[in-house]
Write a protein that binds this ligand. Structure first.
Ligand SMILES: *Cc1c(COP(=O)(O)O)cnc(C)c1O
Length: 320
């Protein structure tokens, strides 16, 4: 398992590439929810999501060890992050994306200079292809979450939150494969164990909730939640034990609740937070039973939303 020392080292390694993102507040949200709400703005991070933290930590290590070519299998934020870091270091990047990948996403990855390879429609097919290219070309495969350097890099978000909101009582974190939350859990629980860390999943992608209940990773069927960064259908082998050890609670949010949070962020806070990044805000918006003056952080994990779908998502009113 990773330790807080790994996260401190990651922090030094990634400084200069990643941003120390701001923490935002919303008076409306604080008044209506009865808790002081802070939003850690990873939607304002370089490449638009926290994924750049882990990717930078892992790709830089590969570079120091002599690698000059990295490969990832992701049409989303991880693909963009790997492409960006590789470009920064003057390395070659290849990103394997599904045949039906959205053009806007592929263009974003290509704009960072990566070579795109289309392959199949399942993540299994893409990962196999990426790994075989890695073997043939001597490239280093960069996994999206199940890797100690990736987890440690994502955990640097946790160190920043503890500095920015020193008397925080609870942190809500989106859960996909668990790279982000396992890093945040390690950073928080190994320095401030009384701070609660709560995972958030869409109701439609509750693989981690089911896995925690069963005591081992379980696989769910493919899901269509609008939170596309959280569609992973099984927790990671390295990330899951960290959740089992440290996680305080896991809550689920509906598609309607995610849309309401997205609309609130955009309309009231003027912030574009993508659906995956809104689940933490959605969870805070429906948790109103805390004692007054309690400080709660919602980790807004990313902001790369499909603008063509935004209109459909905004049909939901933002009642809070
Ligand atoms: C990848 C991603 C997540 C999920 O992170 P994991 O490390 O897979 O749990 C959440 N939000 C956004 C915006 C992402 O890109």
């Amino acid at each position: 398992m990773i330790t807080i020392e790994d996260i401190r080292k990651a922090r030094e390694a990634i400084a200069g590439v990643t941003k120390y993102t701001p923490v935002l507040t919303s008076k409306t949200l604080t008044e209506r929810s009865g808790v002081e709400v802070y939003i850690k703005g990873e939607h304002l991070q370089t490449t638009g999501s926290f994924k750049i933290r882990g990717a930078t930590n892992k790709v830089k290590k590969a570079f120091r060890e002599g690698a000059r070519h990295v490969i990832a299998a992701s049409s989303g934020n991880h693909g963009q992050a790997v492409a960006f870091v590789a470009k920064t270091l003057g390395m070659k990047a290849t990103v394997v994306v599904p045949e039906n990948a959205a053009k806007a996403k592929v263009d974003a990855i290509r704009n960072y200079g990566a070579e795109i390879i289309y392959c199949g429609t399942t993540s299994h097919e893409r990962i196999e292809r990426a790994k075989s290219i890695a073997t043939e070309d001597g490239a280093v495969f960069i996994p999206p979450y199940d890797d100690p350097l990736i987890m440690a890099g994502q955990g640097t978000t946790g160190l920043e939150i503890l500095e920015q909101v020193p008397d925080v009582s609870a942190i809500y974190v989106p859960v996909g494969g668990g790279g982000l939350i396992s890093g945040v859990l390690t950073a928080v629980k190994e320095s401030r164990p009384n701070v609660k860390v709560i995972g958030v999943e869409p109701e439609l992608a509750n693989d981690t909730q089911l896995s925690l209940k069963k005591g081992e990773p379980v696989t769910i069927a493919a899901t269509e939640t609008i939170a596309d960064g959280l569609r992973t259908n099984k927790p990671g082998e390295l990330t899951f034990p960290v959740l089992q050890k440290y996680l305080d609670d896991l809550v689920l949010v509906s598609e309607e609740e995610i849309k309401a949070a997205l609309r609130f962020a955009l309309e009231r806070m003027k912030q574009l937070i993508e659906p995956s990044g809104c689940v933490s805000l959605a969870a805070v918006m429906k948790h109103k039973s805390y004692v007054p003056n309690e400080k709660v952080v919602a980790l807004a994990s990313g902001g790369n939303a499909s603008l063509s779908q935004l209109g459909k998502w905004l049909e939901v009113e933002a009642h809070i």
